[in-house]
Design a protein around this ligand. Structure first.
Ligand code: NDP
Length: 420
């Protein structure tokens, strides 16, 4: 029995919300709130038409305004807030949860919308020098809430999507059941799907393009090694998808795993990209379309990457056109009982199967299902722990069980091909 407030109603939210409705033992009442309430109303209508035991209401909220979120939480009185808006809103929503003493869950770590803001910029430049990676996002802003969340007796579950989220749970699961010590982790994110457009992103274009066009980096022997964007390329033959080019990226779970598993000597993250995607991205970058700094255009201030987002297909609309499969997982090496061991834990997800079930493509699906699972585990008390934590810091077993139950079954391969 619980009341959940969900903030955001985009591609990921629509899957998470529909999956919550499949789990009405835990989720009994939900308020769907977003900037554009018509999207929440349309989803409520769709869910109610298909039949549900969950009592759904909708609301408008501007999650950039902490007082607006506090007002809504006070009115609705939820047991937890699931943030599936954008990373820009993480801190305002966390502040509101703190003020109202309500549990908080999200799928992506904080980054600011305006990367030219002087106070943030000064802290960012200091961090680049001290830590050695230049991504706009890092966990320091959200980990800083640890003591405040502990004092308030509330849980903050950070990054319960697929990557981060499931990949971190796979790591905790590998450690619990397969290794005494893990030595290396390669996280491989392969999207073998085809949507038929020359260029489109599978989740929010602004967040996606910021991440992919940035420098790469990996964790080795307790420190970051940074690379130029797309500098490190490998080819891998993915089970059920086939051979793909993949490139090393910086990714947020590396930071948490590096801190929480100090025994791991190297952690890398690779994502597959087709040549058309890379050519378009490079061209857009060269002409300044990926810039996050506002420019003045005919008397109006616009941010180039936000203008580009308005031109690109909405990721939530890709469902009917996308065919093929995703394969996301982790290859671990390490030792068990004094012997060297290697395992690969992965999930394969079919875009069209996701579309048939919920009307979404597999990227939204593979993120929305774990968002529901993490929220359910906090609400049911299994993952309730005052403070702020990533998904690798809890017992992985109930999460792994629910992945299978809610559409993301996983495979353990004990003889995988390693990435060189
Ligand atoms: P979308 O752009 O499709 O949806 C974002 C939603 O948030 C929209 O409904 C938008 O409203 C709403 N929103 C934006 N700003 C505000 C605001 N100020 N107040 C209230 N609502 C707001 O994004 P996605 O669904 O693709 O992504 C959602 C989240 O999931 C992102 O944080 C993304 O980084 C994360 N993600 C995580 C992954 C993982 O594996 N961990 C993978 C993919 C995504 P409007 O409709 O008005 O625009």
């Amino acid at each position: 029995m619980s009341r959940l407030l969900v903030i955001g109603c985009g591609g990921v939210a629509q899957v998470a919300i529909q999956k919550c409705c499949q789990n009405s033992k835990v989720f009994t009442e939900m308020c769907l709130a977003s900037r554009t309430v018509s999207k929440c109303d349309a989803l409520k209508e769709k869910i109610e038409k298909n039949g549900t035991d969950v009592k759904i209401t909708t609301a408008t909220v501007n999650a950039d305004d902490v007082n607006d979120v506090i007002k809504l939480i006070k009115e609705y009185q939820p047991d937890a807030v699931l943030n599936v808006a954008l990373p820009y809103q993480d801190l305002t929503i966390m502040d509101a949860c703190l003020e109202c003493k309500v549990d908080y869950i999200d799928t992506a770590n904080y980054e600011p919308e305006d990367t030219d803001e002087p106070t943030w910029r000064a802290a960012y430049e200091k961090r680049c020098k001290e830590k050695g990676f230049t991504a706009y996002f890092d966990y320091s802003y959200q980990w800083a809430y640890m003591d405040k969340f502990k004092e308030a007796g509330i849980t903050g579950l950070l990054g319960t999507g697929f990557d981060p989220g499931v990949t971190s749970v796979f790591t905790a699961y590998a450690k619990k059941h397969y290794f005494d010590e893990i030595h290396t982790v390669d996280i491989l994110d392969c999207n073998g799907g085809d949507h038929g457009y020359a260029f489109a992103t599978n989740f929010n274009p602004e967040i996606n393009l910021r991440e992919v066009s940035a420098n790469g980096s990996y964790w080795e022997d307790g420190h970051w090694v940074e690379t130029k964007p797309m500098e490190i390329k490998r080819v891998y033959d993915f089970p059920e998808v086939g051979q793909k080019d993949m490139y090393l990226l910086h990714h947020e779970e590396i930071e948490a795993l590096g801190r929480n598993f100090p025994e791991i000597k190297r952690i890398r993250f690779f994502m597959t990209f087709g040549q058309s995607y890379l050519d378009h991205m490079r061209c857009l970058e060269d002409v300044g379309m990926l810039s996050t700094s506002p420019i003045n255009f005919e008397g109006k201030e616009i941010v180039p990457i936000q203008f580009l987002k308005a031109l690109l297909p909405d990721p939530a609309s890709l469902g009917p056109r996308t065919v093929g499969k995703t394969n996301i997982g982790c290859i671990f090496t390490g030792v068990k009982d004094g012997k060297e061991r290697t395992i690969y834990i992965y999930n394969v997800c079919d875009h069209q199967e996701c579309y048939k079930e919920l009307g979404s493509q597999a990227i939204s699906y593979t993120t929305g299902v774990p968002a529901m699972i993490g929220t359910a585990l906090v609400l049911s008390g299994q993952w309730k722990k005052p403070g702020v934590y990533t998904t690798d810091e809890f017992d992985p077993d109930p999460y792994m069980e629910m992945l299978g139950e809610y559409g993301l079954p996983w495979v353990v391969d004990e003889k995988p091909v390693l990435v060189e």
